[in-house]
Design a protein around this ligand. Structure first.
Ligand SMILES: Cc1cc2nc3c(=O)[nH]c(=O)nc-3n(C[C@H](O)[C@H](O)[C@H](O)COP(=O)(O)O)c2cc1C
Length: 191
């Protein structure tokens, strides 16, 4: 038996990443869970940012941002950047003990402690209800060598050990065990 809950902004699971923005010497960081890949050619991300966020203001001014994937043991730092605004705490990165280092392409820094970072340039922004949808083209990817596979080409999720966010109960979790091989296990249903 299903129960109708009405229109709710729920999806399981969600990512949990740091988005870093910078403009005119100001730098900010915030936790973002409403983010996904938007396209492959060009490689792009899409995320939804509430119009009140300082981060959105800096992205609108600079047209750039970075996406930084925390390790699971960085939950407290991620959470801090999600409950405090840069409008009241000007240097959230420093307060959280995180190190901002320059990227290669955009002016917004990347976070040294995060094993995976994307540099992004805004391709499109539009308002949708109380949020602004930001589509960013990924212009560079940085990965710690320690999380790469033996070929040196593929980041391994187990080594990144990323955070997962569970809405409603508002929990951070780790990835669980492997269930099956993607693009393979479904072949048993092909006649
Ligand atoms: C786990 C988590 C995920 C969040 N995801 C989003 C999100 O996707 N979009 C958003 O607008 N706010 C999100 N927030 C809230 C912002 O991170 C929070 O309001 C932050 O203080 C904004 O900082 P800023 O004003 O310095 O940009 C999230 C908060 C947490 C704790």
């Amino acid at each position: 038996m299903k129960r109708r809950l009405g229109p709710r902004e729920l999806l399981y699971p969600m990512p949990a990443v740091f988005v870093v923005s910078a403009a005119d010497g100001e730098v900010d960081v915030m936790a973002v869970a409403w983010i996904a890949i938007a396209g492959a050619k060009p490689p792009s991300v899409m995320m939804s940012i509430r119009s009140t966020r300082k981060t959105l203001e800096l992205i609108e001014r600079s047209g750039e941002f970075t996406v930084n994937t925390p390790r699971a043991d960085m939950a407290a730092q991620l959470d801090f950047t999600g409950i405090v605004s840069g409008r009241t705490v000007p240097d959230k990165l420093r307060e959280a003990g995180l190190t901002a280092v320059p990227g290669a392409v955009v002016s917004a820094p990347i976070i040294a402690e995060c094993p995976h970072n994307l540099e992004c340039r805004v391709a499109r922004m539009f308002e949708h209800g109380d949020h602004t949808v930001v589509i960013g083209e990924i212009v560079e990817t940085h990965v710690d060598e320690a999380v790469l596979d033996e070929s040196g080409e593929k980041p391994l999720a187990d080594r990144i050990d990323p955070l997962v966010y569970i809405p409603t109960v508002r929990e951070y979790r780790r990835l669980g065990e492997k269930v099956a091989d993607a693009y393979t296990v479904g072949k048993r249903f092909i006649g």
